[in-house]
Design a binder for this molecule. Sequence first.
Ligand code: G3I
Length: 354
Amino acid sequence: MFIVLLSPMALLPWFPGVASGGEAAPSLRSLASPLELSIGTCVNGRTLRSDGEYRRVLAREFNSVTSENGMKWRAIQPRRGEFDFSRADALMEFAEENGMAVRGHTLVWHSYNPAWLEEGEWSPEELRGLMREHIFKTLDHCRGRVYCWDVVNEAWTEDGGLQKGTVTGRSGSVWPRILGEEYVELAFRLAREADPDVKLFYNDFGFEGMNAKSETVYAKLKASLAKGVPIDGVGLQMHVSLDDPVKPEELSANIRRLGELGLEVHITELDIRIKEPATEEDLRNQARLFSDYLRVCLEDEACPSFTLWGFTDRSSWIPGFFEGYGSAAPFGRDLNPKPAHGAMLEVLRERLES
Ligand code: G3I
C-alpha cells in the first residue's frame, strides 16, 4: 500500500506506444515502468504542438513529463490576476491520453517571471499575497493531475546566501529582494495549505555531487525539516558537461544522505552537453555517464524518478545557452537513438533481471 501511494508509476500502463502488429522494440518506458521508475523528460510546448514525430517518441519512451516553461509564473500569470493555464492544460491532456505522470515545474523562482511582478513596487505583505494567490490558483487548477511540484527553484548559493537572479536594473528578483530568506519557507507552507496531497520539492543545480553547495543545501533542508517546513523531496537538476561531469559515486553519496533526511530524491533535469562537433568517443563517454547516473538512481530506493531536460537534440536549450555546446540528449535531431539510449536500456534490463 505504501509503495502504491508513493509511486505514480504503479498506476500507469507498462507498454504504451507499442507499434500495432509488430513486436515492440524495448523502450526506456517499457523497461522502467515494471521497475516503478518514473522515466521522464521536459517537454517543449511548441514542439509538442507542431511535431508529430516528437510526440510519438515522447509517448513511447517516457512515462513522466515536466513542462519546460509552460507552468512557470510568466506562462501562467502573464498579467496580474489573469491566469492562463492553456500551456499547462495541453501538457496535462497529452500526459493523460498517454498514461504519463506530470511533475510540476515551478511555483517560485527568480527567473521567467512576468515584468509586472518583477517591476512592481510591492510591500512584503502585498508580495506574500501575490505568492499565495498564484500558488492556490495553480495547485487548485492542477489538483490530482500533477503529482509533485518543484515549489521553490534555485533559492540558495553555495555560501548559504540567497540566489538573487538577474533582473535588469534591479538587485535581484522580487522574492529574495523583498522577502529575504522567508520566501522559501512561505512557498512550501502555502503549497501544503493549497493541496495537502501533492508532493512538494526543492529543486536546484550544482549540488549533485559532494561540494560546498551540496553541504549548504543539505544543511538548509535539514534545518527546514526540523522546523516543520513541509518538504517532501529534493530535485537534483544535473545539467552536466562532459568536460567536467558529476562523479557517479558522489551523486550516490549525496542521494543517500538526502534520503536519510526522509526526503524523496528526483533527478529532475539531466542533460550532458558536449563541445561540438561531438566525436564518437564523446558519445560513448556520454552514454557511460547517462547509464552510470541511471544505475545510481536505481540502486537507491530514495530515488524513484529520473528526468531528462529534453530527450532530443531537435529541441534543446543547450546551444542557446552554452555557445559551442550541444548533443546533450539521448536522441539526435533526427530522433534516432544515440549510444546513451542503448546504454540506459541496458541498465534497466540488468535491473529487471537481477
Ligand atoms: O518564446 C520566446 C520567443 O517568442 C522569443 O522570440 C525568444 C527570444 O529570446 O524567447 C523565447 O522564450 C525563451 C524560452 O526559453 C522559450 O524558448 C526565453 O527567452 C528563455 O529565457 C527561455 O529559457 C528557458 C529557461 O529555463 C528560462 O525559463 C529554457 O527554455 C528552459 O530550458 C530553462 O529551464 C531551466 C529550468 O526551468 C530550471 N533549471 C535550469 C533550466 C535550464 O536553464
